[in-house]
Design a protein around this ligand. Structure first.
Ligand SMILES: [Ca+2]
Ligand SMILES: [Ca+2]
Length: 386
């Protein structure tokens, strides 16, 4: 056997591994198989089990017994808990709200060890358009598999019955996050301090109104609990947000609650004061509704607690308002060596053994018939399809 035979065997193993990983890495959507709630309007219609399976009200809008409703219209905090068949690395949670949407204030994932992780929080409020909506929450917080979702609603925040038709999770069996991100170490932070190039008034629409969790979103409009610049179409403006703890930033979520689309650049500023560009885009008017601009960070791997956003306010007519900015990141970068796949390990051992036999023959280190026997065994090993 010659060296290229070992190489071919190794290549075959590598190709096979790649294919297997591809199949396992695909994300898929699951619908709830079990549901419970803090309260329910009925034991049949409007009960928690009306959230099981695929939506059967959505995209319809209105009071419908095929969706869950709490016992009372305005009954304070209520929660629902949904269980899914397979634990997956959750990429997003989709919540089908089919009557009086906007009351969701908290979305949590429960991992397979039973630990709770907050992945989204807000104050609740009626969105601009009263229509059925799919509220989609991205997850970059929990980097281990989960199969349970808990959703908390403040039913006082949106009048009338707040109904949920169905809930799904989308995720895969393979982690979409870099190996280096430590498990359990991702944190959600809201800005604790903020400043801006200008502000509309001394006491209202100030930079401080960008600190803390969103209190305008999902409402849309000109609200003084959000920041806006002194003038509506004055050109370049900037805002800076400060957080308590420096993290390796995974994502920046910007809550734009009035005339969204003016942001053109996002930077992280390290503790030495150097700016690192995370994202750049073009200003463009977006639909007249509040939105979350998700800025994924794949470029900058230094810890940061300081974010700078640049806006081109003359490109999007009207006042461009920002309600809150969330920083999501890992506390520490765990540099664990990647666990090697057993097949990959075997292939590399076969390759090493082949080289050793070759060296033995070239340097006459052993009996030629013994080396021949070793070579024959290696030949057999390389014909096995892994
Ligand atoms: Ca339903
Ligand atoms: Ca705010």
């Amino acid at each position: 056997m010659k060296r290229n035979c070992w190489m071919i065997a190794l290549l075959a193993v590598v190709v096979l591994l790649g294919t297997v990983c591809d199949v396992q890495g695909q994300s898929f959507t699951q619908w709830a198989i079990a549901a419970s709630a803090s309260s329910e309007y009925g034991s049949g219609d409007w009960s928690a089990k009306q959230m099981l399976g695929q939506p059967d009200v959505y995209p319809g809008y209105g009071d419908n017994g095929r969706a869950w409703a709490p016992a009372a219209q305005n009954g304070g905090l209520q929660w629902v808990e949904l269980r899914f068949a397979e634990a997956v690395y959750v990429e997003s949670v989709e919540i089908y709200e089919t009557f009086n949407p906007g009351a969701i204030v908290k979305v949590e994932l429960v991992d397979t060890t039973g630990r709770w992780h907050l992945i989204w929080e807000g104050k609740g409020g009626r969105p601009a358009v009263t229509d059925a909506r799919v509220f989609s929450v991205k997850n970059d917080i929990v980097t281990i598999p989960c199969s349970v979702v808990k959703i908390t609603l403040d039913t006082d925040s949106v009048g009338g019955w707040n109904e949920i038709d169905a809930v799904s999770i989308t995720g895969s069996h393979n982690s979409p996050w870099p190996q280096s991100l430590g498990q359990f170490d991702m944190v959600i932070q809201w800005a604790s301090r903020a400043k801006a190039s200008s502000q509309y008034r001394e006491d209202r629409w100030t930079p401080e109104h960008m600190t803390g969790p969103p209190d305008v979103y999902p409402k849309y409009g000109d609200y003084d609990q959000a920041w806006t610049a002194a003038y509506s179409n004055s050109g370049t403006e900037w805002v800076e947000l400060f957080y308590d703890e420096a993290v390796f930033v995974q994502r920046i979520d910007v809550y734009e609650t009035y005339n969204p689309g003016a942001i053109v650049k996002a930077e992280l500023i390290d503790d030495a004061g150097r700016a690192h560009v995370v994202w750049e885009g073009r200003a463009q008017a977006a639909p007249q509704e509040s939105r979350i601009l998700y800025i994924e960070n794949t470029k900058v791997d230094i810890p940061a607690r300081h974010v700078r956003l640049e806006l081109q306010t003359d490109q999007v007519p009207g006042f461009n308002e920002i309600d809150a900015v969330c920083l999501i990141g890992a506390r520490i970068l765990v540099q664990e060596p990647r666990a090697r796949d057993p097949l990959e390990l075997l292939a590399s051992i076969i390759l090493r053994l082949g080289r050793a036999v070759e060296r033995g023959r070239e340097e006459r280190l052993a009996d030629p018939s013994f080396l021949q026997e070793l070579e024959d065994i290696l030949g057999e090993l390389s014909t096995i399809s892994f």
